[in-house]
Design a binder for this molecule. Structure first.
Ligand code: BDP
Length: 603
Protein backbone atom coordinates (compact mmCIF):
# COMPACT_ATOMS: atom_id res chain seq x y z
CA UNK A 1 0.00 0.00 0.00
CA UNK A 2 2.87 2.34 0.74
CA UNK A 3 3.83 2.65 -2.92
CA UNK A 4 0.22 3.22 -4.03
CA UNK A 5 -0.60 6.82 -4.95
CA UNK A 6 -4.04 6.59 -6.55
CA UNK A 7 -6.11 9.61 -5.61
CA UNK A 8 -8.47 8.64 -2.75
CA UNK A 9 -12.17 8.22 -3.37
CA UNK A 10 -15.26 6.81 -1.72
CA UNK A 11 -17.38 4.22 -3.53
CA UNK A 12 -18.86 0.81 -2.82
CA UNK A 13 -15.40 -0.64 -2.14
CA UNK A 14 -13.30 2.32 -1.06
CA UNK A 15 -13.56 4.83 1.76
CA UNK A 16 -12.00 8.27 2.07
CA UNK A 17 -12.36 10.71 4.94
CA UNK A 18 -10.37 13.91 5.40
CA UNK A 19 -8.82 14.39 8.82
CA UNK A 20 -8.39 18.13 8.30
CA UNK A 21 -9.19 20.61 11.02
CA UNK A 22 -7.43 21.37 14.29
CA UNK A 23 -4.55 19.11 15.29
CA UNK A 24 -2.36 19.18 18.41
CA UNK A 25 0.99 20.80 17.71
CA UNK A 26 4.25 21.26 19.57
CA UNK A 27 7.78 22.47 18.81
CA UNK A 28 10.58 20.19 20.00
CA UNK A 29 13.59 22.47 20.17
CA UNK A 30 15.34 20.33 22.80
CA UNK A 31 14.62 17.09 20.87
CA UNK A 32 12.97 15.56 23.94
CA UNK A 33 9.77 14.33 22.28
CA UNK A 34 10.89 10.77 21.69
CA UNK A 35 12.26 10.31 25.18
CA UNK A 36 9.22 11.93 26.80
CA UNK A 37 6.96 9.59 24.83
CA UNK A 38 5.20 12.21 22.77
CA UNK A 39 4.50 9.32 20.43
CA UNK A 40 1.61 8.57 22.83
CA UNK A 41 0.24 12.13 22.71
CA UNK A 42 1.53 15.70 22.96
CA UNK A 43 1.48 17.18 26.48
CA UNK A 44 0.31 20.81 26.72
CA UNK A 45 -0.04 21.03 22.97
CA UNK A 46 -1.28 24.04 21.08
CA UNK A 47 -3.88 23.80 18.33
CA UNK A 48 -2.84 24.03 14.71
CA UNK A 49 -5.02 24.06 11.60
CA UNK A 50 -4.41 21.44 8.91
CA UNK A 51 -3.78 22.02 6.08
CA UNK A 52 -1.52 24.98 6.86
CA UNK A 53 2.06 26.09 7.30
CA UNK A 54 2.55 26.91 10.96
CA UNK A 55 4.80 29.92 10.39
CA UNK A 56 2.63 32.95 9.77
CA UNK A 57 0.07 32.30 12.49
CA UNK A 58 2.57 33.26 15.17
CA UNK A 59 3.19 36.75 16.49
CA UNK A 60 6.74 36.03 17.71
CA UNK A 61 9.67 35.60 15.40
CA UNK A 62 11.23 32.54 17.06
CA UNK A 63 8.08 30.57 16.30
CA UNK A 64 7.70 31.86 12.75
CA UNK A 65 11.31 31.05 11.92
CA UNK A 66 11.35 27.76 13.85
CA UNK A 67 13.67 25.21 12.30
CA UNK A 68 14.05 21.69 13.66
CA UNK A 69 11.69 18.97 14.92
CA UNK A 70 8.00 19.63 15.57
CA UNK A 71 5.06 17.34 16.25
CA UNK A 72 1.44 16.99 15.23
CA UNK A 73 -1.18 14.69 16.75
CA UNK A 74 -4.84 13.90 16.19
CA UNK A 75 -7.39 11.42 17.48
CA UNK A 76 -9.64 9.81 14.90
CA UNK A 77 -12.37 7.21 15.00
CA UNK A 78 -12.27 4.12 12.81
CA UNK A 79 -15.74 2.59 12.33
CA UNK A 80 -16.21 -1.12 12.93
CA UNK A 81 -17.65 -1.36 9.41
CA UNK A 82 -14.13 -0.92 7.94
CA UNK A 83 -12.89 -4.14 9.54
CA UNK A 84 -11.20 -6.42 7.05
CA UNK A 85 -10.13 -3.51 4.81
CA UNK A 86 -6.60 -2.13 4.35
CA UNK A 87 -6.47 1.00 6.46
CA UNK A 88 -4.17 3.85 5.55
CA UNK A 89 -3.37 7.44 6.28
CA UNK A 90 -2.59 9.39 3.15
CA UNK A 91 -0.67 12.61 3.57
CA UNK A 92 -0.79 15.12 0.70
CA UNK A 93 2.56 16.48 1.89
CA UNK A 94 4.63 16.88 5.07
CA UNK A 95 7.56 19.31 5.07
CA UNK A 96 10.23 18.02 4.72
CA UNK A 97 10.60 14.71 6.58
CA UNK A 98 8.28 12.83 8.88
CA UNK A 99 7.93 9.77 11.13
CA UNK A 100 4.35 8.46 11.47
CA UNK A 101 3.16 6.76 14.69
CA UNK A 102 -0.28 5.25 15.22
CA UNK A 103 -1.32 4.27 18.74
CA UNK A 104 2.33 4.60 19.76
CA UNK A 105 3.68 2.32 17.05
CA UNK A 106 6.08 3.60 14.40
CA UNK A 107 4.51 2.99 11.00
CA UNK A 108 6.80 4.60 8.47
CA UNK A 109 9.12 7.47 7.61
CA UNK A 110 9.03 9.72 4.56
CA UNK A 111 11.23 12.44 3.11
CA UNK A 112 10.14 15.07 0.59
CA UNK A 113 7.76 17.86 1.50
CA UNK A 114 5.78 18.21 -1.72
CA UNK A 115 4.50 14.76 -2.63
CA UNK A 116 1.94 12.41 -1.10
CA UNK A 117 2.65 9.19 0.74
CA UNK A 118 0.51 6.58 2.46
CA UNK A 119 1.11 4.92 5.80
CA UNK A 120 -0.39 1.44 6.03
CA UNK A 121 -1.82 1.52 9.54
CA UNK A 122 -3.60 -1.86 9.44
CA UNK A 123 -1.20 -3.38 11.99
CA UNK A 124 -1.80 -0.70 14.60
CA UNK A 125 -5.38 0.41 14.11
CA UNK A 126 -8.30 -0.36 16.48
CA UNK A 127 -11.71 -0.79 14.84
CA UNK A 128 -14.85 0.64 16.40
CA UNK A 129 -12.59 2.78 18.58
CA UNK A 130 -10.64 5.99 18.78
CA UNK A 131 -7.07 5.94 17.43
CA UNK A 132 -4.18 8.36 17.76
CA UNK A 133 -1.87 9.49 14.98
CA UNK A 134 1.29 11.32 16.02
CA UNK A 135 3.75 12.78 13.55
CA UNK A 136 7.28 13.93 14.14
CA UNK A 137 8.27 16.37 11.41
CA UNK A 138 11.53 18.11 10.62
CA UNK A 139 11.92 21.13 8.35
CA UNK A 140 15.70 21.54 8.25
CA UNK A 141 17.36 22.23 4.92
CA UNK A 142 20.40 20.33 3.72
CA UNK A 143 22.57 20.29 0.62
CA UNK A 144 21.83 16.64 0.03
CA UNK A 145 18.05 17.18 0.23
CA UNK A 146 15.33 18.76 -1.92
CA UNK A 147 14.89 21.73 -1.93
CA UNK A 148 18.58 22.41 -1.21
CA UNK A 149 19.86 24.66 1.51
CA UNK A 150 21.73 24.76 4.81
CA UNK A 151 20.60 24.89 8.40
CA UNK A 152 22.58 27.40 10.42
CA UNK A 153 22.85 27.84 14.18
CA UNK A 154 22.82 31.33 15.70
CA UNK A 155 25.01 32.22 18.67
CA UNK A 156 21.90 32.07 20.85
CA UNK A 157 21.43 28.42 19.85
CA UNK A 158 18.41 28.96 17.56
CA UNK A 159 18.48 27.17 14.24
CA UNK A 160 17.90 29.11 11.06
CA UNK A 161 16.87 27.92 7.60
CA UNK A 162 19.30 29.06 4.88
CA UNK A 163 17.53 28.16 1.65
CA UNK A 164 19.51 28.19 -1.59
CA UNK A 165 16.20 29.20 -3.18
CA UNK A 166 13.95 32.23 -3.20
CA UNK A 167 10.78 31.11 -1.43
CA UNK A 168 9.99 30.91 2.25
CA UNK A 169 10.59 27.55 3.93
CA UNK A 170 6.93 27.24 4.90
CA UNK A 171 6.52 24.11 6.98
CA UNK A 172 3.95 21.76 8.42
CA UNK A 173 1.09 19.72 7.02
CA UNK A 174 0.48 21.86 3.97
CA UNK A 175 -2.00 19.48 2.36
CA UNK A 176 -4.93 17.36 3.48
CA UNK A 177 -4.60 14.17 5.48
CA UNK A 178 -6.95 11.35 4.48
CA UNK A 179 -8.04 8.26 6.33
CA UNK A 180 -8.53 5.68 3.60
CA UNK A 181 -9.83 2.14 3.55
CA UNK A 182 -9.21 -0.08 0.54
CA UNK A 183 -10.30 -3.59 -0.29
CA UNK A 184 -7.61 -6.22 0.38
CA UNK A 185 -7.89 -7.43 -3.22
CA UNK A 186 -7.63 -4.29 -5.24
CA UNK A 187 -6.55 -2.08 -8.12
CA UNK A 188 -3.19 -0.53 -7.20
CA UNK A 189 -2.51 1.73 -10.17
CA UNK A 190 -3.45 2.45 -13.75
CA UNK A 191 -1.96 4.25 -16.71
CA UNK A 192 -3.45 5.60 -19.93
CA UNK A 193 -1.87 6.99 -23.05
CA UNK A 194 -3.52 8.10 -26.26
CA UNK A 195 -2.62 7.66 -29.90
CA UNK A 196 -4.55 9.37 -32.71
CA UNK A 197 -5.27 7.52 -35.93
CA UNK A 198 -7.27 9.42 -38.51
CA UNK A 199 -10.68 9.97 -37.00
CA UNK A 200 -10.23 7.61 -34.02
CA UNK A 201 -8.35 7.69 -30.76
CA UNK A 202 -6.66 4.62 -29.31
CA UNK A 203 -6.55 4.63 -25.55
CA UNK A 204 -3.85 2.27 -24.38
CA UNK A 205 -4.14 1.31 -20.76
CA UNK A 206 -2.41 -0.75 -18.12
CA UNK A 207 -4.00 -1.66 -14.81
CA UNK A 208 -1.99 -3.08 -11.93
CA UNK A 209 -3.61 -5.02 -9.11
CA UNK A 210 -2.48 -7.20 -6.23
CA UNK A 211 -4.65 -10.01 -7.61
CA UNK A 212 -2.96 -11.54 -10.65
CA UNK A 213 -5.82 -13.99 -11.24
CA UNK A 214 -8.66 -11.48 -11.05
CA UNK A 215 -10.40 -10.19 -14.17
CA UNK A 216 -10.05 -6.52 -15.09
CA UNK A 217 -12.87 -4.79 -16.94
CA UNK A 218 -12.37 -1.27 -18.22
CA UNK A 219 -14.96 1.11 -19.66
CA UNK A 220 -14.76 4.62 -21.00
CA UNK A 221 -17.72 7.01 -20.77
CA UNK A 222 -18.16 10.41 -22.32
CA UNK A 223 -19.33 13.54 -20.50
CA UNK A 224 -22.97 12.54 -20.94
CA UNK A 225 -22.26 9.21 -19.28
CA UNK A 226 -22.54 7.22 -22.51
CA UNK A 227 -20.17 4.27 -22.74
CA UNK A 228 -17.90 4.70 -25.77
CA UNK A 229 -15.46 1.80 -25.39
CA UNK A 230 -14.70 -1.20 -23.20
CA UNK A 231 -11.87 -3.68 -22.80
CA UNK A 232 -10.70 -6.53 -20.60
CA UNK A 233 -7.35 -7.48 -19.12
CA UNK A 234 -4.30 -5.97 -17.53
CA UNK A 235 -3.22 -4.20 -20.72
CA UNK A 236 -5.35 -3.26 -23.60
CA UNK A 237 -6.57 -0.78 -26.09
CA UNK A 238 -9.89 0.99 -26.36
CA UNK A 239 -10.77 2.55 -29.68
CA UNK A 240 -12.90 5.66 -29.57
CA UNK A 241 -14.45 6.60 -32.88
CA UNK A 242 -15.04 10.33 -33.42
CA UNK A 243 -13.36 11.22 -30.12
CA UNK A 244 -13.76 14.57 -28.43
CA UNK A 245 -10.15 15.46 -27.86
CA UNK A 246 -8.80 17.26 -24.85
CA UNK A 247 -7.73 20.61 -26.30
CA UNK A 248 -5.85 23.52 -24.76
CA UNK A 249 -8.44 25.75 -23.01
CA UNK A 250 -11.18 23.54 -24.43
CA UNK A 251 -11.04 20.45 -22.31
CA UNK A 252 -13.14 17.36 -22.72
CA UNK A 253 -12.90 14.65 -20.09
CA UNK A 254 -13.89 11.01 -20.31
CA UNK A 255 -14.49 8.86 -17.26
CA UNK A 256 -12.43 5.71 -17.05
CA UNK A 257 -14.12 3.04 -14.97
CA UNK A 258 -11.93 0.12 -13.88
CA UNK A 259 -13.55 -2.91 -12.26
CA UNK A 260 -11.93 -5.92 -10.68
CA UNK A 261 -13.80 -9.24 -10.69
CA UNK A 262 -12.99 -12.40 -8.78
CA UNK A 263 -13.24 -15.97 -10.17
CA UNK A 264 -17.00 -16.06 -9.67
CA UNK A 265 -17.46 -12.75 -11.52
CA UNK A 266 -18.18 -10.86 -8.31
CA UNK A 267 -16.94 -7.29 -8.39
CA UNK A 268 -14.29 -6.81 -5.66
CA UNK A 269 -12.98 -3.31 -6.43
CA UNK A 270 -13.72 -0.34 -8.64
CA UNK A 271 -11.80 2.83 -9.43
CA UNK A 272 -12.98 5.78 -11.51
CA UNK A 273 -11.09 8.76 -12.77
CA UNK A 274 -11.31 11.46 -15.42
CA UNK A 275 -8.92 11.38 -18.33
CA UNK A 276 -8.40 13.40 -21.50
CA UNK A 277 -7.56 12.14 -24.96
CA UNK A 278 -4.65 14.07 -26.41
CA UNK A 279 -1.12 13.67 -27.69
CA UNK A 280 2.01 15.72 -27.04
CA UNK A 281 4.94 16.03 -29.42
CA UNK A 282 7.95 18.25 -29.85
CA UNK A 283 8.72 18.61 -33.54
CA UNK A 284 11.50 20.96 -34.56
CA UNK A 285 10.75 24.13 -32.68
CA UNK A 286 7.06 23.37 -32.34
CA UNK A 287 5.17 22.15 -29.29
CA UNK A 288 2.30 20.08 -30.64
CA UNK A 289 -0.90 19.11 -28.85
CA UNK A 290 -2.97 16.74 -30.98
CA UNK A 291 -0.53 17.58 -33.77
CA UNK A 292 -1.49 21.28 -33.59
CA UNK A 293 1.16 23.84 -32.59
CA UNK A 294 0.60 25.65 -29.33
CA UNK A 295 2.22 28.80 -27.97
CA UNK A 296 2.41 28.85 -24.17
CA UNK A 297 1.10 31.90 -22.32
CA UNK A 298 1.07 31.70 -18.58
CA UNK A 299 3.02 31.98 -15.40
CA UNK A 300 5.53 30.62 -13.01
CA UNK A 301 3.57 30.29 -9.79
CA UNK A 302 3.89 29.43 -6.11
CA UNK A 303 1.58 27.80 -3.61
CA UNK A 304 1.64 30.82 -1.34
CA UNK A 305 -0.90 32.98 0.40
CA UNK A 306 -1.37 35.01 3.55
CA UNK A 307 -1.90 33.32 6.95
CA UNK A 308 -1.56 29.72 5.86
CA UNK A 309 1.68 30.05 3.85
CA UNK A 310 2.14 27.12 1.52
CA UNK A 311 -1.09 25.36 2.53
CA UNK A 312 -3.22 24.19 -0.33
CA UNK A 313 -6.31 26.37 -0.29
CA UNK A 314 -9.07 25.56 -2.77
CA UNK A 315 -10.27 29.17 -2.55
CA UNK A 316 -6.91 30.64 -3.52
CA UNK A 317 -6.58 28.06 -6.26
CA UNK A 318 -10.00 28.93 -7.66
CA UNK A 319 -9.08 32.62 -7.66
CA UNK A 320 -5.76 31.90 -9.39
CA UNK A 321 -7.50 29.95 -12.13
CA UNK A 322 -10.02 32.76 -12.62
CA UNK A 323 -7.14 35.25 -12.86
CA UNK A 324 -5.23 33.10 -15.32
CA UNK A 325 -8.33 32.65 -17.48
CA UNK A 326 -9.06 36.38 -17.38
CA UNK A 327 -5.49 37.03 -18.50
CA UNK A 328 -5.86 34.76 -21.52
CA UNK A 329 -3.26 32.32 -20.16
CA UNK A 330 -3.18 28.68 -21.23
CA UNK A 331 -0.39 27.20 -19.10
CA UNK A 332 1.76 27.41 -15.97
CA UNK A 333 4.79 25.84 -14.35
CA UNK A 334 4.51 24.33 -10.88
CA UNK A 335 7.60 26.25 -9.83
CA UNK A 336 9.39 24.95 -7.80
CA UNK A 337 7.72 21.74 -6.59
CA UNK A 338 4.79 19.50 -7.47
CA UNK A 339 1.55 21.17 -6.35
CA UNK A 340 -1.46 19.72 -4.59
CA UNK A 341 -3.28 17.13 -6.70
CA UNK A 342 -6.40 19.30 -6.86
CA UNK A 343 -4.43 21.79 -8.97
CA UNK A 344 -3.95 19.21 -11.72
CA UNK A 345 -7.63 18.27 -11.58
CA UNK A 346 -8.54 21.94 -12.01
CA UNK A 347 -6.14 22.21 -14.94
CA UNK A 348 -7.50 19.03 -16.55
CA UNK A 349 -10.99 20.53 -16.41
CA UNK A 350 -9.97 24.02 -17.58
CA UNK A 351 -7.64 22.87 -20.35
CA UNK A 352 -4.44 24.36 -18.96
CA UNK A 353 -1.03 22.89 -19.76
CA UNK A 354 1.31 22.26 -16.84
CA UNK A 355 5.08 22.07 -16.76
CA UNK A 356 5.37 19.87 -13.69
CA UNK A 357 8.48 20.60 -11.63
CA UNK A 358 10.22 18.51 -8.99
CA UNK A 359 11.65 20.42 -5.96
CA UNK A 360 15.20 20.20 -7.32
CA UNK A 361 15.83 23.85 -6.67
CA UNK A 362 18.88 25.49 -5.13
CA UNK A 363 21.36 23.25 -6.96
CA UNK A 364 23.58 26.26 -7.46
CA UNK A 365 25.97 27.83 -5.02
CA UNK A 366 25.67 31.25 -6.68
CA UNK A 367 22.02 31.18 -5.58
CA UNK A 368 23.26 30.37 -2.10
CA UNK A 369 25.74 33.20 -2.33
CA UNK A 370 22.99 35.62 -3.39
CA UNK A 371 21.32 34.59 -0.17
CA UNK A 372 24.56 34.69 1.84
CA UNK A 373 26.17 31.32 1.09
CA UNK A 374 29.20 30.01 -0.76
CA UNK A 375 30.45 30.34 -4.28
CA UNK A 376 31.56 27.06 -5.82
CA UNK A 377 30.19 24.70 -8.40
CA UNK A 378 27.29 22.84 -6.81
CA UNK A 379 28.00 19.56 -8.55
CA UNK A 380 31.58 19.51 -7.21
CA UNK A 381 30.14 19.03 -3.73
CA UNK A 382 30.50 15.73 -1.88
CA UNK A 383 26.75 15.69 -1.21
CA UNK A 384 25.64 14.96 -4.77
CA UNK A 385 25.49 11.17 -4.43
CA UNK A 386 23.08 11.25 -1.50
CA UNK A 387 21.15 14.05 -3.20
CA UNK A 388 20.85 12.13 -6.46
CA UNK A 389 19.02 9.27 -4.79
CA UNK A 390 16.42 11.60 -3.28
CA UNK A 391 16.13 13.55 -6.50
CA UNK A 392 15.41 10.41 -8.53
CA UNK A 393 12.98 9.18 -5.87
CA UNK A 394 10.98 12.37 -6.06
CA UNK A 395 10.90 12.47 -9.86
CA UNK A 396 9.69 8.87 -9.77
CA UNK A 397 6.91 9.74 -7.33
CA UNK A 398 5.92 12.90 -9.20
CA UNK A 399 5.57 11.02 -12.48
CA UNK A 400 3.80 8.14 -10.75
CA UNK A 401 1.32 10.59 -9.19
CA UNK A 402 0.72 12.86 -12.20
CA UNK A 403 1.16 10.61 -15.24
CA UNK A 404 -2.53 10.35 -16.13
CA UNK A 405 -3.32 14.06 -16.15
CA UNK A 406 -3.99 15.36 -19.66
CA UNK A 407 -2.89 18.80 -18.42
CA UNK A 408 0.68 17.70 -17.73
CA UNK A 409 2.72 18.76 -20.76
CA UNK A 410 6.26 18.17 -19.56
CA UNK A 411 8.48 17.31 -16.61
CA UNK A 412 10.86 19.91 -15.30
CA UNK A 413 13.58 17.94 -13.56
CA UNK A 414 15.40 20.92 -12.02
CA UNK A 415 15.16 24.67 -11.59
CA UNK A 416 18.33 26.63 -12.36
CA UNK A 417 20.97 24.01 -11.60
CA UNK A 418 24.58 25.05 -12.01
CA UNK A 419 25.37 23.73 -15.48
CA UNK A 420 28.23 26.10 -16.21
CA UNK A 421 30.86 23.64 -15.10
CA UNK A 422 31.80 20.31 -16.59
CA UNK A 423 31.13 18.63 -13.24
CA UNK A 424 27.36 18.87 -13.85
CA UNK A 425 27.53 16.58 -16.86
CA UNK A 426 27.79 13.13 -15.20
CA UNK A 427 24.86 14.01 -12.90
CA UNK A 428 22.73 15.08 -15.87
CA UNK A 429 23.71 12.07 -17.98
CA UNK A 430 22.60 9.74 -15.23
CA UNK A 431 19.45 11.72 -14.43
CA UNK A 432 18.22 11.83 -18.01
CA UNK A 433 19.07 8.15 -18.53
CA UNK A 434 17.40 6.98 -15.31
CA UNK A 435 14.20 8.98 -15.90
CA UNK A 436 13.83 8.13 -19.57
CA UNK A 437 11.26 5.39 -19.25
CA UNK A 438 9.41 6.49 -16.11
CA UNK A 439 6.59 8.14 -18.01
CA UNK A 440 4.50 5.80 -20.16
CA UNK A 441 3.35 8.89 -22.10
CA UNK A 442 7.00 9.83 -22.83
CA UNK A 443 6.37 13.51 -22.17
CA UNK A 444 9.22 15.89 -22.88
CA UNK A 445 11.74 16.41 -20.06
CA UNK A 446 13.43 19.70 -19.41
CA UNK A 447 14.86 22.02 -16.74
CA UNK A 448 15.22 25.77 -16.43
CA UNK A 449 18.48 27.44 -17.39
CA UNK A 450 19.54 30.22 -15.06
CA UNK A 451 20.91 33.28 -16.75
CA UNK A 452 24.49 32.32 -15.92
CA UNK A 453 23.80 29.18 -17.92
CA UNK A 454 23.73 30.56 -21.42
CA UNK A 455 24.19 29.26 -24.91
CA UNK A 456 27.93 29.83 -24.39
CA UNK A 457 28.37 28.63 -20.84
CA UNK A 458 26.02 25.69 -20.21
CA UNK A 459 27.49 22.22 -20.51
CA UNK A 460 24.06 20.60 -20.39
CA UNK A 461 22.30 21.91 -23.49
CA UNK A 462 22.07 18.46 -25.05
CA UNK A 463 19.70 17.08 -22.41
CA UNK A 464 16.33 18.91 -22.56
CA UNK A 465 13.67 18.08 -25.16
CA UNK A 466 12.86 21.78 -25.16
CA UNK A 467 14.40 24.69 -23.31
CA UNK A 468 13.16 26.74 -20.40
CA UNK A 469 15.09 30.00 -20.08
CA UNK A 470 15.03 32.13 -16.93
CA UNK A 471 16.46 35.54 -17.85
CA UNK A 472 16.58 38.78 -15.86
CA UNK A 473 18.09 41.58 -17.94
CA UNK A 474 16.47 44.82 -16.87
CA UNK A 475 16.37 43.60 -13.27
CA UNK A 476 19.42 41.77 -11.91
CA UNK A 477 21.72 43.35 -14.49
CA UNK A 478 21.43 46.13 -17.06
CA UNK A 479 18.60 47.60 -15.07
CA UNK A 480 16.79 50.93 -15.21
CA UNK A 481 18.03 53.23 -17.91
CA UNK A 482 20.47 50.52 -19.05
CA UNK A 483 17.60 48.20 -20.05
CA UNK A 484 18.33 48.80 -23.76
CA UNK A 485 21.72 47.14 -23.23
CA UNK A 486 19.88 44.32 -21.47
CA UNK A 487 17.73 43.86 -24.57
CA UNK A 488 20.78 43.96 -26.84
CA UNK A 489 22.56 41.30 -24.77
CA UNK A 490 19.48 39.08 -24.72
CA UNK A 491 19.23 39.32 -28.51
CA UNK A 492 22.93 38.52 -28.79
CA UNK A 493 22.39 35.27 -26.88
CA UNK A 494 19.26 34.38 -28.83
CA UNK A 495 21.06 34.98 -32.11
CA UNK A 496 23.52 32.29 -31.07
CA UNK A 497 20.72 29.80 -30.33
CA UNK A 498 19.23 30.70 -33.69
CA UNK A 499 22.48 30.27 -35.62
CA UNK A 500 23.21 26.91 -33.96
CA UNK A 501 22.21 23.48 -35.21
CA UNK A 502 19.78 23.14 -32.30
CA UNK A 503 16.19 23.04 -33.48
CA UNK A 504 14.05 22.82 -30.35
CA UNK A 505 11.46 25.18 -28.88
CA UNK A 506 12.50 27.72 -26.27
CA UNK A 507 9.99 28.83 -23.65
CA UNK A 508 10.82 31.82 -21.47
CA UNK A 509 9.95 30.42 -18.06
CA UNK A 510 11.05 33.42 -15.95
CA UNK A 511 11.62 37.14 -16.44
CA UNK A 512 10.26 40.06 -14.51
CA UNK A 513 10.72 43.09 -12.30
CA UNK A 514 9.92 43.52 -8.62
CA UNK A 515 7.11 46.04 -8.45
CA UNK A 516 5.59 47.87 -5.53
CA UNK A 517 1.86 48.13 -6.22
CA UNK A 518 0.70 51.74 -6.25
CA UNK A 519 4.16 53.16 -6.91
CA UNK A 520 3.88 55.35 -10.00
CA UNK A 521 6.61 57.39 -11.63
CA UNK A 522 6.80 59.20 -14.97
CA UNK A 523 9.23 58.53 -16.48
CA UNK A 524 9.58 55.16 -14.85
CA UNK A 525 12.01 54.02 -12.19
CA UNK A 526 12.64 50.48 -11.06
CA UNK A 527 10.00 49.16 -8.65
CA UNK A 528 7.31 51.37 -10.24
CA UNK A 529 4.29 49.91 -12.02
CA UNK A 530 5.42 51.70 -15.20
CA UNK A 531 8.81 49.96 -15.12
CA UNK A 532 7.25 46.51 -14.80
CA UNK A 533 5.26 47.17 -17.98
CA UNK A 534 8.30 48.52 -19.83
CA UNK A 535 10.28 45.43 -18.91
CA UNK A 536 7.51 43.13 -20.13
CA UNK A 537 7.26 45.14 -23.35
CA UNK A 538 10.97 44.75 -23.90
CA UNK A 539 10.79 40.97 -23.49
CA UNK A 540 7.71 40.71 -25.68
CA UNK A 541 9.48 42.61 -28.47
CA UNK A 542 12.27 40.08 -28.26
CA UNK A 543 9.93 37.06 -28.17
CA UNK A 544 8.14 38.30 -31.26
CA UNK A 545 11.40 38.50 -33.20
CA UNK A 546 12.29 34.81 -32.93
CA UNK A 547 10.22 32.02 -34.37
CA UNK A 548 11.68 29.34 -32.08
CA UNK A 549 10.40 31.07 -28.93
CA UNK A 550 7.24 29.12 -28.26
CA UNK A 551 6.08 30.37 -24.94
CA UNK A 552 6.20 33.09 -22.32
CA UNK A 553 5.67 32.61 -18.61
CA UNK A 554 6.64 35.74 -16.66
CA UNK A 555 7.71 35.50 -13.06
CA UNK A 556 5.35 35.36 -11.13
CA UNK A 557 1.55 35.14 -11.17
CA UNK A 558 1.46 36.75 -7.72
CA UNK A 559 3.80 38.26 -5.14
CA UNK A 560 5.06 35.65 -2.67
CA UNK A 561 6.95 35.31 0.58
CA UNK A 562 10.71 34.72 0.71
CA UNK A 563 13.36 34.89 3.43
CA UNK A 564 14.18 38.40 4.63
CA UNK A 565 17.06 40.07 2.85
CA UNK A 566 18.35 43.31 1.46
CA UNK A 567 17.06 42.26 -2.00
CA UNK A 568 13.52 41.62 -0.79
CA UNK A 569 10.85 43.97 0.60
CA UNK A 570 8.70 41.51 2.58
CA UNK A 571 8.98 38.95 -0.17
CA UNK A 572 9.35 38.75 -3.92
CA UNK A 573 7.28 41.42 -5.66
CA UNK A 574 7.55 40.26 -9.26
CA UNK A 575 3.88 39.27 -9.25
CA UNK A 576 1.63 40.48 -12.03
CA UNK A 577 -0.89 40.31 -9.19
CA UNK A 578 -0.38 41.22 -5.56
CA UNK A 579 -0.21 38.55 -2.90
CA UNK A 580 -3.92 39.10 -2.24
CA UNK A 581 -4.56 38.50 -5.94
CA UNK A 582 -5.41 41.99 -7.18
CA UNK A 583 -3.97 43.24 -10.49
CA UNK A 584 -0.97 45.50 -10.87
CA UNK A 585 -1.07 47.75 -13.98
CA UNK A 586 1.00 45.17 -15.83
CA UNK A 587 -1.90 42.71 -15.67
CA UNK A 588 -4.00 44.92 -17.98
CA UNK A 589 -1.13 45.34 -20.43
CA UNK A 590 -0.35 41.63 -20.56
CA UNK A 591 -3.99 40.63 -20.74
CA UNK A 592 -4.42 42.72 -23.88
CA UNK A 593 -1.41 41.07 -25.47
CA UNK A 594 -2.43 37.54 -24.55
CA UNK A 595 -6.05 37.90 -25.63
CA UNK A 596 -4.73 38.88 -29.05
CA UNK A 597 -2.36 35.90 -29.25
CA UNK A 598 -4.01 32.61 -30.13
CA UNK A 599 -2.86 29.13 -29.22
CA UNK A 600 -1.42 28.72 -32.72
CA UNK A 601 0.61 31.96 -32.57
CA UNK A 602 3.65 31.91 -34.89
CA UNK A 603 2.16 29.30 -37.23
C1 BDP B 1 15.02 32.85 -10.28
C2 BDP B 1 14.43 31.72 -9.44
C3 BDP B 1 13.16 32.14 -8.72
C4 BDP B 1 13.34 33.49 -8.09
C5 BDP B 1 13.64 34.51 -9.18
C6 BDP B 1 13.82 35.93 -8.64
O1 BDP B 1 14.18 30.59 -10.25
O2 BDP B 1 12.84 31.17 -7.76
O3 BDP B 1 12.26 33.89 -7.30
O4 BDP B 1 14.83 34.13 -9.81
O5 BDP B 1 14.92 36.25 -8.23
O6 BDP B 1 16.39 32.73 -10.27
O7 BDP B 1 12.85 36.67 -8.60
Amino acid sequence: MEKELLYPLTNKFRFDQKLDGLWDFKFDEGKIGQQEKWTLGLPEAMQMPVPASFNDFFTDKDSREYTGDFWYAKRFFVPESLKGQMLGLRFGAATHRVVVYVNGQEIRQHEGGFLPFTADISVAVKFGAENLVVLKLNNELHRDALPAGDTGVLKNGKKIAKPFFDFYNYSGLNRSVHLIALPQRRITDYTVTTALTGTAAEVNYTVTTNQPTATIVVALRDERGVEVATAQGEHGQMKVAQPQLWQVRDAYLYTIDIQLMDDSSQMIDEYQDQIGLRTIKIKGHQILINDQPVYLKGFGRHEDSIYAGRAFDLNVEKRDFELMKWMGANSFRTSHYPYDEEVYRFADREGFLIIDEVPAVGFKMAAASFLGGLDQSFFDGNWTQALYKKHLDQITDMIHRDKNHPSVLAWSLLNEPDTSSQSAVPYFEKLFKDTKSLDPDQRPRTFTLNEDDTFDTSYCKEFPDFYLLNRYPGWYHKWGYEISDGEANLREELNKWQASAIDKPIVFSEYGADTQPGLHKLPSVMWSEEYQIELLQMFNRVFDSYDFIRGEQPWNLADFQTVEGNMRVNGNKKGIFTRDRQPKEAAFYLRKRWLAIHNDFKN
